[in-house]
Unconditional design. Structure first.
Length: 259
């Protein structure tokens, strides 16, 4: 009788503990702090230290928020996620590496908001600020992406997806890279960029470069300041609403009227 009761209590204990453990494994919303610790559960009162530490504890479709200023490190994104900093300095220093790598499924949606992504010093320059290898949709809003001058890539945003992807960039500063935004010809030829109200300055090769038939960009309200505003190669397309500041380089493939 005692053995039977013990087995029942043990089974009940496992039944009760299991869902609690699973619930703590991943949360819909997690937090990072400049004084956090990746050993923490990434809750509001016990935040993590890095985006990489928080993303493993954040459920697909969830959100990582920065509580206070800090350097939160490079991160690789493989699922739907929002990484947001609202009113605080959320830095990613990526000397010799990529700031954010996005390699998610064609059904996934990734949002980056309020981040300062820095490629570091010229002695150890970063590769790409945001490198998109796969996703359904990527939104980059209110970010600063700078100092990615590594000769092997050197793009603020490199859209080099193996499948169809839609990328929107808005209210962002992209400066002092080799390329501000790059869609290379070796992308899947189904990459679509929309860019609004963004400042692209001192990107030494081009502010926006689009190559490859099937790859295109729609731009409105942007300011391109630097050696070359637009670069269109091998049947790429750039459509402008005619309200961009363009200083040099290729003319848009087409210009649309506003309103």
């Amino acid at each position: 009788m005692n053995k039977l009761l013990g087995k029942l209590l043990l089974a009940l204990g496992i039944f009760l503990v299991a869902p609690i453990t699973a619930a703590h494994a991943q949360a819909t919303r997690t937090w990072v702090s400049g004084v956090g610790d990746d050993a923490n559960p990434c809750s509001r009162t016990a935040p993590c230290k890095t985006f990489a530490g928080a993303i493993s504890k954040t459920a697909a479709g969830g959100e990582i928020n920065a509580i206070d200023p800090g350097g939160f490190g490079a991160v690789t994104v493989t699922k739907s996620i929002t990484i947001r900093a609202d009113g605080v300095e959320a830095g990613i220093l990526a000397s010799g590496s990529n700031g954010v790598i996005i390699n998610a499924a064609p059904t996934d949606r990734i949002v980056l908001e309020g981040l300062d992504i820095d490629g570091g010093t010229p002695s150890v320059p970063g590769l790409d600020g945001v490198r998109i290898l796969g996703a359904g949709e990527v939104i980059i809003n209110d970010c600063v992406i700078r100092n990615f001058i590594n000769p092997s890539s050197g793009a603020g945003v490199n859209i080099n997806s193996a499948s169809k992807v839609r990328v929107t960039i808005a209210d962002t500063v992209i400066n002092n890279n080799l390329y501000g935004v790059l869609i290379p010809a070796n992308a899947t030829n189904d990459s679509h960029l929309k860019m609004f109200d963004t400042l692209l300055v001192a990107n030494s090769t081009a502010g926006l470069s689009v190559a490859g038939s099937g790859n295109d960009a729609l731009i409105s309200g942007n300011k391109f300041i630097g050696p070359k505003s637009l670069e269109i190669l091998t049947s790429g397309k750039i459509t402008s609403y005619g309200d961009n500041i363009l200083t040099s380089g290729s003319a848009p493939t087409a210009t649309l009227p506003r309103g």
